[in-house]
Design a binder for this molecule. Structure first.
Ligand SMILES: Cc1cc2nc3c(=O)[nH]c(=O)nc-3n(C[C@H](O)[C@H](O)[C@H](O)COP(=O)(O)OP(=O)(O)OC[C@H]3O[C@@H](n4cnc5c(N)ncnc54)[C@H](O)[C@@H]3O)c2cc1C
Length: 501
């Protein structure tokens, strides 16, 4: 199996951009070069706005490069809940904004003649659980109320036991990096300045906004768009307490059987997702799932990839394993993304986050909404996605339970797990050195890497992730390599190295 490589990266050929090497000024700075940052830069540059886009690593290779790339308004079970908690009109807005996003992506593909295997597919939810069957029936009623084109079905074309399925018609799938590579080239032609390997570490708000980067060069601009998935700069808007990160795992395999079409998602636990990709003359089946809160994989003696593999062998015609990867995304308190100004105190800083693993369409919603907002145009969805909204009922309960969970994680892990001499190769443990909790990782050559496992974002205690060999923060999803280097934010600083003999 090709380990830890996504199918999309196989054909990614974009020449790297250099790092920022001097201080600059512009109209709009965009921090974060995933689908959100890239599409927003594109729409702004099409309106003639001067944009600088900076990316910590390489463009489009973080979560965007690790997606399963279903382009759909069927975001699991959502519409019944939206109607209940936010009312019919807001639910209608949510659905319409997602349809607009699909139309925007399609338009960009057509206008720029992009070959990214964009093709229409049905999206299908299914369950084999009686309680969840009721929920699917409620969701089907919501589809009717919202005039969503879809239908109930009793089965799906795989030998997976199913009590109920719900189809949404005319959805799509594509190759996200093939799409974005062309858009990035268009950005360059539109005069957008792009810098990779450039980490933003802070924003100073003065008359203008100053984005400070790790190498001490600054970008001064009128407005800043924070498109870093989790906002690297929170400006006392407390996104840390209003979202939680969840990781999922994906496998790609070939099969002797023809894929029957459709993009599937079961709503039982653990969830599984299925689609196919036409890739180098082969059909690759993509199976995803085994989600868990980041830094909180608690199944002893299991690993999510093996569990996914078992599921595949049980129900699907696997021929050869080709790919495996994992990634994470954030869910907000009411499951609707936060898109808009950071908070009232910072009207020139904008944010787009909390896509709940539905960021192909939500990044397009964000790009359109933020482009309108920063150019002082009204957008039909700005109220729905406004980060300052507050819907008392569900928010309050989840706010409390989310925070309780985060509070536990501040304390958890300060406990020593195993004596250091027992660490095996390619494993890690925690210990106390002079009263400080230290994470120890032993590599294949018996070399020990010792780091302070206190997350450099807000001081939670990181937990070891044996599958990815990383230290993962259970509070806000920052991840660090075994030797402490930042892999994913919001943290911008590496874990502290500890002297260990
Ligand atoms: C396993 C999985 C499967 C998914 N499948 C689907 C799907 O089928 N359909 C769908 O719609 N959505 C799906 N999603 C969700 C979707 O992939 C994401 O929501 C989307 O890619 C997020 O895009 P983004 O640009 O907001 O974030 P990212 O792609 O994460 O981009 C943010 C960028 O900001 C950079 N950055 C971070 N901090 C800094 C900093 N301080 N300075 C500079 N740069 C910084 C990062 O390096 C990164 O490149 C899936 C998600 C997961 C985890």
């Amino acid at each position: 199996m090709t380990m830890h490589k996504t199918i999309w990266q196989d054909t990614y050929n974009l020449t790297p951009f250099s790092a920022l090497n001097k201080s600059l000024s512009t109209e709009i700075t965009i921090v974060g070069g995933g689908m959100t940052g890239i599409l927003t830069a594109y729409l702004l540059s099409e309106r003639g706005v001067k944009v600088i886009l900076i990316e910590r690593d390489r463009l489009a290779l973080s979560t965007t490069g690790h997606t399963t790339a279903k382009v759909t308004a069927q975001h699991g079970l959502i519409y019944h809940e939206l109607i209940e908690h936010m009312g019919l009109e807001n639910a209608q807005h949510y659905y319409q904004s997602q349809l607009d996003a699909i139309t925007l992506i399609q338009k960009l593909i057509e206008e720029n003649e992009i070959h990214c295997n964009f093709e229409e597919q049905q999206a299908i939810l299914y369950t084999n659980d009686d309680k969840n069957k009721k929920k699917l029936l409620q969701e089907a009623e919501a589809y009717q109320k919202l005039k969503i084109s879809g239908q109930l079905k009793d089965n799906i074309p795989f030998p997976i036991p199913v009590k109920q399925a719900l189809v949404m018609n005319k959805q799509a799938q594509f190759h996200p990096l093939a799409f974005l590579e062309v858009i990035i080239k268009k950005l360059m032609r539109n005069g957008v300045e792009i810098y990779e390997n450039t980490t933003a570490v802070d924003i100073d708000v003065q008359e203008q906004t100053i984005v400070r980067t790790a190498r001490e060069y600054n970008i001064i601009s009128e407005k800043v768009i924070v498109a870093t998935q989790f906002p690297f700069y929170e400006g006392q808007a407390f996104y840390s307490t209003r979202m939680y990160p969840s990781r999922s795992y994906c496998l790609g395999f070939t099969s002797e059987d023809n894929y029957p079409g459709g993009m599937y998602l079961d709503i039982d636990q653990p969830k599984h997702s299925l689609r196919y990709v036409k890739h180098n003359e082969e059909n690759i089946w993509l199976l995803g799932g085994e989600s868990h809160k980041t830094g909180q994989y608690n199944k002893e003696n299991h690993d999510p990839y093996s569990d996914l593999e078992k599921y595949a062998y049980k129900y699907l015609p696997v021929k050869e394993w080709k790919y495996q990867w994992s990634a994470q995304d954030f869910t907000t308190l009411d499951k609707v993304p936060y898109i808009g100004i950071l908070n009232k105190k910072h009207p020139n800083i904008f944010v787009a986050t909390g896509y709940r693993k539905w960021g192909m369409t939500n990044s397009a919603v964000a790009a359109q909404t933020l482009t309108d907002l920063v150019t002082n145009k009204d957008n039909p969805y700005q109220e729905l996605y406004k980060p300052q909204r507050f819907h008392a009922d569900p928010d309050l309960k989840k706010f409390v339970s989310n925070n309780t969970n985060v509070a536990k994680e501040f304390i958890k892990g300060k406990v020593m797990k195993k004596p250091t001499e027992q660490i095996e190769r390619k494993q890690a443990t925690k210990t106390k050195i002079d009263g400080q909790t230290v994470g120890l990782y032993k590599d294949n050559n018996n070399q020990i890497y010792a780091v302070d496992t206190t997350c450099t974002h807000l001081g939670c205690e990181c937990n070891w992730n044996q599958v990815e060999l990383s230290w993962d923060c259970p509070c806000h999803g920052s991840r660090f390599s075994f030797d402490g280097k930042v892999i994913e934010g919001p943290a911008t600083k590496d874990l502290k190295q500890v002297d260990y003999k």
